[in-house]
Design a protein around this ligand. Structure first.
Ligand SMILES: NC(=O)c1ccc[n+]([C@@H]2O[C@H](COP(=O)([O-])OP(=O)(O)OC[C@H]3O[C@@H](n4cnc5c(N)ncnc54)[C@H](OP(=O)(O)O)[C@@H]3O)[C@@H](O)[C@H]2O)c1
Length: 330
């Protein structure tokens, strides 16, 4: 089968479009004909060798996809060949076929197209786990989202509003902030127009945000710790800015702040039943039109490096999706 192949760690451009053996399906697995694959910032880290989990070479990256089931393992009862699914097997999705643990594949409601579905599992799953399980976001909370126009960020704006919170979206340009408003942000903060701390304090009567969703890290985390409310929760999602934040323990002490790590892949692997319950809620919301995945760019599979480069250079908003043609060779 055709796939984007990683033969050694490097930049996205080092990926090769070529042939990998079609994977066999184990008893607890399903084989999916991939029609679309979502691209996530961590895919870049995987290819660079900077991600927490390493995969033996050669492999196809790609954490999430949507497509049709072509084969099910002997122990799989909830899916059948022909079912349309979204899945987050964490690897292998930048290919014509992927074998996924059945627990990571979800039958899609009617009416959801496969490109849209491919954009959902990793970021919505991460955000739901972050805001509901880890952050315990309440309707009377003010939620500050950093990197709010990105993949996880825009989903955090959307789900934060669904949960009833007041949402402040922070991003790096007026266009990105306009998008955040379309997705429900009550207030917006442009990093370029003044210190984050002052802008957030001004919007919160000097108290600061109760919950901060931080997918950026570095200087942004430093600033966030200076505009978090008494007994706030700092949700540590990622370090898209490139520097792992070092949070001053004195600020956590003085404000009674909880530093809350969010590791969606580990959560889903350790507690697949809880992860599936979360995903069922998300798919219900999707089917009801309460979630509106925003896809800013689509590329054919062989252009995966361009898709990853757009994310790395902050040119995308929401999600980027790869489209996979029907295989031409059987
Ligand atoms: N903990 C988990 O389970 C989990 C799951 C998924 C993703 N993540 C992490 O969450 C972070 C965001 O992932 P994503 O897929 O949402 O990425 P994304 O779509 O690229 O969004 C990242 C946002 O961060 C901002 N940013 C600031 N400095 C940046 C820089 N130097 N390079 C790129 N973006 C920068 C950008 O917004 P502005 O241009 O507006 O600043 C961008 O919109 C990554 O660190 C990823 O590893 C964690």
């Amino acid at each position: 089968m055709k796939a984007m192949i990683c033969r050694a760690h490097g930049e996205p451009e080092s990926l090769e479009y070529g042939d990998l053996p079609t994977p066999a399906t184990g008893p607890d697995e399903v084989r999916i004909a991939v029609r679309a694959a979502g691209v996530n910032f961590p895919d870049i880290l995987v290819v660079q060798g900077k991600y927490q989990f390493k995969t033996p070479f050669p492999f196809a990256p790609g954490m999430e996809c949507a497509g049709e089931i072509v084969e099910t393992g002997a122990n799989v009862t909830h899916l059948r060949p022909g079912d349309r699914v979204a899945a987050h097997p964490w690897n292998g999705c930048f290919a014509e076929q992927v074998v996924a643990p059945a627990a990571t594949a979800f039958k899609l409601p009617d009416g959801i197209d496969l490109a849209t579905a491919a954009a959902c599992p990793v970021t919505y799953g991460t955000v739901y786990h972050a805001l509901v399980d880890r952050g315990e976001l309440r309707a009377d909370d003010t939620l500050l989202v950093l990197g709010a126009a990105g993949g996880v960020g825009l989903n955090a704006v959307e789900i934060g509003k669904l949960l009833g919170a007041r949402v402040i979206a922070a991003a790096g340009s007026a266009d990105k902030l306009a998008l955040c408003r379309e997705y429900g942000a009550d207030e917006t903060v442009d990093y370029g127009t003044g210190p984050l701390r002052d802008q957030v304090k001004a919007l919160t009567g000097g108290r600061g945000a109760d919950v901060i969703f931080d997918a950026v890290g570095g200087d942004m985390t430093d600033a966030a710790m200076r505009c978090i409310n008494w007994q706030g929760r700092l949700l540590i999602i990622g370090f898209a800015g490139g520097r792992i934040a070092r949070v001053p323990a004195n600020l956590a002490l003085l404000k009674g702040v909880a530093l809350v790590g969010v590791a969606y892949q580990s959560f889903a692997n350790r507690d697949p039943a809880a992860s599936r319950t979360n995903m069922a809620t998300l798919l219900d919301w999707l089917a009801a039109g309460r979630l509106r995945p925003h896809i800013s760019m689509r590329f054919p599979l062989p252009q995966a490096p361009d898709a990853m480069r757009a994310i790395a250079e902050r040119r995308s908003t929401g999600k980027v999706v790869l489209l996979v043609d029907e295989p031409t060779v059987s």
